[in-house]
Write a protein that binds this ligand. Sequence first.
Ligand SMILES: Cc1ncc(COP(=O)(O)O)c(C=O)c1O
Length: 488
Amino acid sequence: MVEAVSDQDQIINKMNTLLSMSPQCQDWDTKSDKTNTSNEKSTYSIIKVDSEISEKELAHQKIGEIVATENFVNSSMDIEPFFIANMNSVKSQYHKWMRCLPRFTPFYAVKCNNNEVVLRTLISLGTSFDCASMEEIKTILNFGIPPRKIIYANPCKSPVHLKYAASVGVSKMTFDNADELLKIKQYYPAAELVIRVHVDDSKSICQFGVKFGVRLGQTKPLLEMASKLGLKVIGVSFHVGSGCTDPSAYNDALKRAREVFEEGRQMGYEFSLLDIGGGFPGLSVAQNGVKIQFEDIAEVINKAMDEHFAEIKDLQLIAEPGRFFASTAFTLVTNITSRRTIETEEGPTFMYYINDGVYGSFNCLIFDHADLPQPRFLIKNLQDFVSHTQAEDCNDGYLSSVWGPTCDSMDCLTKAIKLPQLAVGDWLIFDNMGAYTLVAASRFNGMNNPKVLYLDSDTEIPCLKPTYITPYEPDQKASLIKEDFVLS
Ligand SMILES: Cc1ncc(COP(=O)(O)O)c(C=O)c1O
């Protein structure tokens, strides 16, 4: 049944009354989303949680609790989208990495999600970093990370960025063409170069081979040129493409890399570094109905290493995982701001307009070739937040489409999804939104990007110093411990 207009009016009126009350949740308004490269101190709201609860349970339980607090309803935050970023997820991914691929040091790909708390959490775990630009290098150096823990893994660098890398001693960098070698010779002749080879990326969701990588048969002449220029090549890298769905791609790539090690040896180089790039899924990816786990990929890599690289001693092994760390950590909570009801002969269908879209966090639907995560929904009647169900369970719901907030018709998340009847003020919640989302979001049409609320079982992240317990009380209802931190 379509809700009577008068009911909706009533709801909107009630919401207007609530929104006109003065917001109490002041500390939510943090500078959290931008990486802080200035000396300015940033404050973050971190909610301390019990590590016993699984990440999903916890994130969803907390969303329910947060929105149920009077504080939340009275604040202006209920008309803004927000992320819940669970640092426990980042940490558990790190431990999984160390269990499955202990030989490879992760150099986290900053481009995937440059959120400052994520970066600081990774720093506290001891990871190194893959930077794509001067700005990313600056960000990481400003945390006090030594240049040797950075790889400048952009094979085609601007001269200005390259000069900056030289000035700060970030010497490890990739290259894949002759012009780049000439540029490096001019601006940073002491750089430690890693040749990026072209590998089969046909089984990956985002393919980079069309833009980067030295093709088979061209590696030898390029190494020869590097040698003639007196440049120091220290190793080989590849990227199987982001969102790899076939573990065997890593075996083929490692075999290929091993051949280039041999070519290097013939050229007089003793390579000491192997960089297996990114591509590792943050959650299992489906391939022909079969789910591929990170563990499957790790097994293939470990076997291939034993087969192809066993006799090479003192080799530094690194990787550049991005989405592996970031995907599952972020849950996006959006609010339905408008609804259009369309009467058809089969009954009503609904168009929902939410407050984040493809020009914001959902840019991943275009640039990252992502599928829209099945949303969960939370129905609000302003007294109660009633249900918290998986939309997948609603096959008998109404045919609906979901749209972003801008005036562009391209700003569409899905044209066909079954949802229960929802209303303005209800919530749609999207899991696994941490990779290639907020980092690439624009503010097209003047829309704000979502703020971030952090969850962590541990307030002892070394770089985060607790300064004071937030004085207001409303969150007690939700049994949360809310603290502010000043980043040193
Ligand atoms: C050079 C390089 N390294 C690492 C990554 C991270 O890839 P992923 O997020 O698939 O791990 C990317 C992604 O674009 C990349 O271009």
